[in-house]
Design a protein around this ligand. Structure first.
Ligand SMILES: [Zn+2]
Length: 436
């Protein structure tokens, strides 16, 4: 007699980072119990996925959901609903722009409570490293942060100041001792200051010129140096230049434990797009040249750039308006569209699974996540890839319904997103795997 499972997803094209074949996925107690062709099992429930692709649920390790404290910019309820609509089943929330910023155990507890109340997909939490909180590294690790985030330049909000070199070095030594990881926003503030030209005005091109590739390269070089010195695992967020990614790769070749990510906007847009989009397109690092955009894309396709994450950093629309691009809020809304944008740009399905799920879970140590394989959480995205459209404002689920990606081609309609085998409803806090 065939054994009974809770749910079988039948006949979809099951995609992993290394294969895509038509198969059934059996789910028991929220976990995948078996994957294979025409499974001979009885199930309490069945989903017919023929004609659909079955991906591992997406993991967006770079979002700013801003709760508690700035829920008029974004809420965990809206942000996590947007993710689920875009095929994501897990996110990792940045330590800013919520209030209080997540730089000690008390602030962590407040964020955990907010997410446990409102997140409809699973989640993890980044702690912050700022001047003065090096002593909080241990308590944050004990609470279960996935790692730490630091800025090497002003972050845009006063409560989360940039790290000086001494804080970075001491923080990295502490983080290394606990086997955790440091994420850095890498732009060198001195290089930026040198490139602010008061005669160039305050428009989009003057803003872009003030944050040249050299600022990113100088900061990455410094962070890598400190990682090599302290033995701290390092990750460079939103790499915007090919040169930046090459520095990461060459440091890996020297044995430094460093990785990098990029975002859809650096793969889609160039400097002129900031003029086209207006303030909605302001972010930092800014959009680059076609050479960087196309070079980063080639790295994603070839496997040299292992992660694409949204850096969803929304605000109210008034903060994205005006003529002074140095004052406009720097952050894009986009987490709902990442996978569909990458598919529309013809990224292969296995590569999509790798850069939006599997590689993220592996690098950051999210247990049970990022694979469609027995033993893993049944986090799945069932998508109809015959469907193409553009990003439409009326489809966005953000608290503030606008995005730099509006009008951009997308591919793939979400038929179903499953979090641990169920429709997204109540997310669970995911602690990192223990590292010695
Ligand atoms: Zn960010």
């Amino acid at each position: 007699m065939a054994s009974t499972v809770d749910l079988i997803v039948r006949g979809g094209r099951v995609v992993t980072s290394t294969s895509d074949v038509v198969a059934d996925v059996a789910i028991t107690d929220g976990r995948i119990s078996e994957v294979g062709p025409r499974l001979d099992l009885d199930a309490s429930d069945e989903v017919d996925a023929s004609g659909l692709h079955v991906f591992p649920g997406g993991i967006d390790s770079h979002v700013h959901f801003n709760e508690p404290g700035r829920s008029e910019w974004e809420t965990i309820a809206c942000g996590s609903a947007a993710l689920a609509a875009g095929g994501y089943t897990c996110y990792v929330d940045m330590p800013l722009n919520n209030l209080p910023v997540t730089v000690d155990a008390d602030a962590f507890d407040q964020k955990l409570a907010a997410a446990e109340k409102s997140a409809i997909v699973d989640f993890s939490i980044w702690g912050g490293l700022v001047p003065g909180n090096v002593d909080a590294v241990d308590e944050l690790v004990d609470r279960g942060v996935l790692g730490f985030k630091a800025f090497m330049c002003p972050s845009g909000i006063d409560e989360f100041p940039a790290c000086d070199s001494i804080t970075l070095r001491e923080g990295m030594a502490r983080i290394a001792r606990r086997g955790s990881i440091l994420l850095v926003h890498a732009e060198d503030p001195v290089v930026v200051e040198q490139h602010v030209d008061p005669l160039a005005g305050r428009g989009p091109i003057a803003f872009i010129r003030s944050r040249p590739p050299e600022a990113e390269l100088a900061a990455i070089a410094h962070a890598i140096e400190l990682a090599a010195e302290t033995g701290c695992r390092l990750h460079i967020v939103h790499v915007s230049t090919v040169g930046g990614m090459e520095m990461v790769r060459s440091a890996q070749g020297r044995g430094v434990d460093v990785s990098g990510e990029t975002c859809p906007h650096y793969l889609l847009y160039v400097e002129d797009d900031l003029q086209r989009l207006g303030g909605v397109g302001k972010c930092f690092p800014p959009f680059r040249t076609a050479g960087d955009r196309d070079g980063l894309w080639r790295l994603v396709v070839s496997g040299g750039l292992p992660m694409v994450v949204s850096d969803h950093s929304p605000s109210t629309s008034d903060l994205k308006e005006g003529d002074d691009y140095f004052q406009i809020w720097g952050g894009l809304s986009g987490c709902q569209s990442t996978r569909q944008l990458l598919l529309a740009k013809s990224l292969g399905v296995r590569k999509l699974a790798a850069v939006t799920a599997t590689n993220v879970a592996r690098r950051f140590g999210l247990p049970g996540k990022g694979e469609v394989a027995p033993g893993y959480d049944a986090d799945l995205w069932l998508a109809d890839l015959s469907h193409t459209d553009v990003v439409r404002r009326e489809d966005l689920l953000y608290e503030n319904r606008f995005s730099a990606h509006e009008g951009q081609p997308i591919r793939g309609r979400t038929v179903m997103t499953l979090v641990r085998g169920k429709a997204p409803e109540k997310g669970r806090f995911i602690r990192p795997v223990a590292r010695s």
